[in-house]
Design a protein around this ligand. Structure first.
Ligand SMILES: [Zn+2]
Length: 372
């Protein structure tokens, strides 16, 4: 089993981010009243499924504490933690459900009384994948309010205002911040007894985790997967991460982008950008360029002071518009969620060529000497 799944939190305390949801669920537990339907919306790896499972545990646990935290020991909790779903909590994947499945399975299930637990909880993941017919069948079920039944939907798409969101209490799951990802990984290492300079190099516990967090695309799941990979391969330094897994730090990306702007990127570095996990390197580079554009327009970024310094450096380069437009083109090509490697390489080479050919009149002397 994947480490990220084994390490799923089972209590609100173990769930990072989403403070509003935690406050809300705690209030529900204290009032002993949960909503008929909740909808958790956000990109992959932001903790929607973990939150849905914890919420279900809070609803059915036989021995919750005074704040409503589930005990994780009773039969109701164990059934959820072990992913058995043999009791009154069930979980479906929206991508696998047809209209008839919904009518046959769910509608019959909720018409019956509970068998084991205090209430029935129906978790449906990726509700955006339901066909129109299946969605309508599901909405009909939602309309027949049953006091002993609770629904929890998760979706990766912003559903806007539709039948599901208007009938549900809705929560948006934000991409994880760098510091939240680092705290989360630190907590996992502590739980494993690995938060110890005698066991892991100090450099890894600080710079290494920061490097992993920067490369996790705001996803707890990605962070845990990279962390596990580094631990198993004993890859602890920035250099080793770049060499073994193509995981680069922000500074390296800034250097590569600056090389492209000057029309003379380091060939080895450029290869790193367009090989292996090129989609991840695109995301990282584009995030930096977007901060630079933001800096040029507003005079500040929402990133760290390092990102701000990098944004200032990149955006003040006379060739900045060339890479800005180049990366916007790549982003358009990436619209359906899949980026062709060949499109990416062609566009990056085109940027290098254009930057090389430009000798902007207002370029600083040092830059003109390089491009000339
Ligand atoms: Zn329990």
């Amino acid at each position: 089993m994947q480490w990220s799944l084994e390490k799923r939190p089972h209590t609100l305390a173990g769930l990072y981010g989403n403070p509003a949801l935690k406050t809300y669920l705690t209030a529900c537990a204290k009032q002993k009243s949960f909503p008929e339907s909740m909808c958790f919306q956000g990109q992959y790896g932001t903790g929607k499924t973990s939150a849905a499972l914890i919420a279900a545990q809070m609803m059915v646990c036989n021995n919750p504490d005074e704040n409503g935290n589930p005990c994780c020991e009773c039969a109701a909790c164990k059934d959820i933690i072990n992913n058995s779903f043999h009791r009154d909590v069930v979980m479906y994947d929206g991508g696998q459900m047809k209209k008839d499945d919904i009518i046959d399975t769910i509608s019959r299930d909720i018409s019956l009384p509970t068998r084991y637990d205090k209430c029935k909880v129906i978790i449906m993941e990726e509700v955006q994948e339901l066909s129109t017919k299946a969605k309508n069948a599901m909405l009909k079920i939602l309309e027949m309010k049953k006091p002993h039944v609770h629904f929890i939907f998760t979706t990766m798409e912003n559903l806007g205002r539709n039948g599901f969101t208007s009938r549900s209490v809705q929560f948006n799951f934000q991409q994880a911040q760098i510091k939240d990802l680092m705290m989360y990984m630190a907590q996992l290492l502590q739980a494993e007894g690995l938060w110890d300079e005698a066991k892991l190099p100090k450099e890894f516990l600080y710079d290494g985790l920061a490097n992993i967090a920067q490369n996790s695309n705001g996803s707890y799941r990605d962070a845990v997967q990279i962390l596990q990979k580094c631990l198993m391969a004993e890859t602890y330094t920035k250099e080793a991460m770049a060499l073994n897994f193509n995981i680069l730090d922000t500074e390296t990306y800034v250097d590569i982008l600056y090389g492209i702007l000057n029309g003379n990127p380091d060939e080895k570095m450029l290869n790193t950008l367009i090989t292996n996990d090129y989609a991840a390197s695109f995301r990282m580079s584009y995030a930096l360029i977007a901060s630079a554009e933001q800096f040029r327009t507003f005079g500040f970024t929402t990133g760290s002071s390092y990102t701000e310094a990098a944004a200032k450096k990149l955006s003040s380069h006379p060739n900045f518009d060339i890479i800005l437009n180049g990366f916007k083109n790549i982003s358009l090509a990436n619209k359906n969620g899949y980026l062709e490697k060949s499109d990416y390489i062609l566009e990056v080479c085109d940027m290098v060529r254009k930057c090389k050919a430009t000798k902007p009149a207002n370029a600083p002397v040092a830059v003109r000497r390089i491009v000339g």
